[in-house]
Ligand binder design. Sequence first.
Ligand SMILES: NC(=O)c1ccc[n+]([C@@H]2O[C@H](COP(=O)([O-])OP(=O)(O)OC[C@H]3O[C@@H](n4cnc5c(N)ncnc54)[C@H](O)[C@@H]3O)[C@@H](O)[C@H]2O)c1
Length: 317
Amino acid sequence: MKKILITGSSGFIGFHISKFLIKRKYIVIGIDSHNNYYSKNIKKKRLSILKKNRNFFFNKIDINNKQKLKKVFQKFLPNAVIHLAGQPGVLYSFKNPKSYYVNNTNATKTLCKISKDFKIKKFIFGSSSSVYGDQKNFPILENAKLNPKNVYAKTKLKSEGIVNKTFLRSRTNFIIFRFFTVFGPYGRPDMFIHKFLNHIKLNKLINIHNNGLNFRDFTFVDDVVKILEKSLKKEITNTIINLCRSKPILTKKLIRIILKHYPAKKNLLKKTMFVKGEMYKTHGSNTKLKKIFGKIKFTDLENGLKKTINNYIKNKI
Ligand SMILES: NC(=O)c1ccc[n+]([C@@H]2O[C@H](COP(=O)([O-])OP(=O)(O)OC[C@H]3O[C@@H](n4cnc5c(N)ncnc54)[C@H](O)[C@@H]3O)[C@@H](O)[C@H]2O)c1
């Protein structure tokens, strides 16, 4: 399985998996629309790093464009697809719900249809822990009752359904990974860690939702990428797997660790109430993940943060 098509290759996770696979001699076909949800410069910077490699082929297209997408499949005939393009972000989904229907639901439908037509062997989809919504029992198992609380979560769940329906009785095997708050170098500026780093740099106040009392199950991007690569090689048929460390941390505590390694000049924390649509706690079970992939050595949160901060200081992203 050598030719891998990656959607969202200039995005945070897409960039990391592309870089990882290129190094391991896969041929990587990247697709990204470079939309302006966040700074295009960050996407361009990630792309410029990938483009230094001869086994990386980039196509700047929107996956909603069936004709252009089909041409990419015809030209490269990929063996597997890793689908990471999409519209992320919980709060923005209240402002611009349409972009979620277009870039998550519709885009997934178009991509799945073409992948099926081209008899792709494996289809890997990056879904989200947000499909669980608020739960009572932790850690959350894959078969928990789903309770999506916002348009982002609803469109991710709908996309899972499309993947399932398209490939269930086809020659394509699918794996749906539910990612739990992925972080790392070149991270997304709309997510808490990079947002906070930017605010510290600019000495600007930052809103701390729910007084810093939310829990998040942070997962370091290098760990995610290693599992994605293993899943290309392993015989796994049509399943949904949580991808998480299963060690949630209070935002308050996370802030302390960040400040230890990247101190602020003054107190920048502006505590705010609970924000509608957000989950109070994410804490996934990774029992199924470990059962399938064996023992996994997850990166410790503080070490992951140090790597993220060092890269932020060095490369300004
Ligand atoms: N980062 C996380 O913590 C996290 C957690 C759960 C799920 N996810 C999911 O993982 C995937 C990747 O997340 P990320 O953090 O790398 O996000 P990202 O926003 O950095 O990357 C997504 C990329 O997709 C591109 N894109 C969007 N719509 C497109 C379209 N129609 N056609 C082509 N390209 C398009 C964007 O330009 C962007 O570069 C997303 O689907 C997201 O929902 C991420």
